[in-house]
Write a protein of this length. Structure first.
Length: 194
């Protein structure tokens, strides 16, 4: 079962809430919106399907060079916190970077999620949106999954920092898109979160 949700924010952030009847929710951040990334992404859907809880998959508002998309991520997290007892975050590619940076900022503000996981996260979007640097401020369980044949993003630098931070790292035989492996990736990410 899924519900449509409009996230209260200054930007137009629409979402789909899967399995809403739970006390726990994972916010799922899509890949780059200018590359077709949105809430219907197969990897986000696979993670949602594998989770034992609600999942809020959202679309970013109008393109804003990463800063508006980071605000969208934090607004989606705030909505989930207002509606669920426990909230985690997950993101894929561009969204993986945003999830890690958003969690670091939420942790610094005293609003830590129960966990965060990233699938093939971009290491840096701007000087202020840097996943590698953000990991130092994350005070909840953190994990990453990435493909060893990924030539789209350099997730290894994020993975190395997560290892140093005592987080979990899963490396799979795949490229950035995990063609034919969405179900497996969904289960790996769900295991990192739970």
């Amino acid at each position: 079962m899924s519900d449509s949700v409009v996230v209260p924010a200054d930007r137009d952030v629409k979402a789909t809430l899967d399995n809403p009847d739970s006390d726990t929710c994972v916010v799922a951040c899509p890949p780059h919106p200018q590359m077709g990334g949105n809430r219907t992404d197969a990897r986000l859907q696979a993670v949602s399907d594998a989770l034992p809880c609600a999942c809020l998959r959202f679309d970013y508002g109008p393109w804003d060079e990463g800063s508006g998309e980071l605000a969208d991520t934090r607004d989606a997290y705030a909505w989930a916190r207002d509606n669920y007892e426990q909230v985690g975050l997950f993101g894929y590619s561009f969204g993986g970077c945003l999830a890690l940076v958003a969690v670091a900022r939420e942790c610094r503000a005293g609003r830590s999620p129960f966990a965060v996981a990233a699938l093939s996260p971009a290491e840096k979007l701007t000087d202020d949106i840097d996943a590698v640097a953000a990991i130092e401020d994350i005070d909840c369980p953190v994990g990453v999954v990435y493909g060893e044949r990924d030539t789209t993003v350099d997730a290894e630098s994020v993975a190395d920092r997560i290892r140093e931070h005592s987080g979990q790292v899963e490396v799979v035989s795949a490229d950035h898109f995990y063609v034919g492996q969405a179900e497996m990736v969904g289960e790996l990410v769900a295991d990192l979160l739970f």
